[in-house]
Ligand binder design. Sequence first.
Ligand code: SR1
Length: 378
Amino acid sequence: MSTSPGYRRLAFASLTAVSLFVAACGQGAASPSATASAAPSAAASESAPASESPSAAAAVPAPFDAGPVKIALVRQLGSGDYFEQWLAGAEAQAEKLGIELLTSDARGDNAAQATNLETAINQGVKAIIIDHGQTETLTPGIDKALAANIPVVAFDANANNPKVPQIEQSDAQLAQLALDQLVTDTGGEGDIAYVYVAGFAPLDRRNEVFEQVLAANPGLKNVATFGTVSESTAAEVQTQAAAVLTANPGIKAIFAPYDEFAKGATLAVTAAGLQDKVKVYGADVSTADIDVITADGSPWVATAGTDPGNVGRVAVRAAALLAAGEAVDPQIVVNPALITQQFLRDNAVTTIEQLGEKLPALDTPELVTAPWFESLGQ
Ligand code: SR1
């Protein structure tokens, strides 16, 4: 668990690239003609853009041509399978590009994340990756970073600033995939429960789809909405779900669109002996999640997600381009896939690496890239 607060220099871990079948296309590749770009770093602005010379395709631009480049990763939350695998991917990508990734984890404390953002600005970083967080608490720091010519890219945080490219996993599609399965399995009828906490950009986007699906399926009745996001989300959701199941014996499905939610719901259903009656539809996937999904009698029958390590790699590549003064798409979308319990069992998938072998589209090395990355060993 990456729970230590404050900043630390990261040891680099490798994560095997994985991929899965993609439900839809539309991924934005980095492009010099893309419309959103953050202000170039001071170092980058002193050198000619790589695209100006004929040999530029593989020429390494400043500041990457002169030793390790500091980039900050400012996280709101770092605990849990999703965030740990995301970080492993980011670290591996950073190592390949000659980036010293300075990572902070606010452990769910928005004020601490704002302070960590200020700290990053003062550390002389060439770009900043914001990972989750609230618009209000992040805005002053983002404005300050941009004013200091430090480009910023945000993953799952609404920066509300056209100079800050946004990375997301297509949360709408992710929710739709899981909910389509829920509707299919339930026939669009019956009591369901929903795990949701407002104020987190990806969860709010998924919630919009949940409300649309409920409206389109009047036979489905959401009898309880509950949830907690903390450093012990799964355990807290388990306790809440147990109470909800006791109070609502008619529930036949739980929509839990975050893997910590889904794990908590799964534990509660199993502890209550309701696994044959109540099914869980989740989000995200990791080796630990695959273990839970494929366990004998597991009620977690479907999840929709990306490879978190791949998303971490995409974020670091976007930050690298911005640090070099290059543009990236204003919206970078990593598409999710539906992964069912049946699929995992049929294919004997027990790890996320094996999942990647079965579903290669989970890895998106072409999403946000540049020829000069190859010169750095990417
Ligand atoms: C508390 S927000 C949790 C979500 O962030 C990422 O988007 C993951 O998909 C996770 O479900």
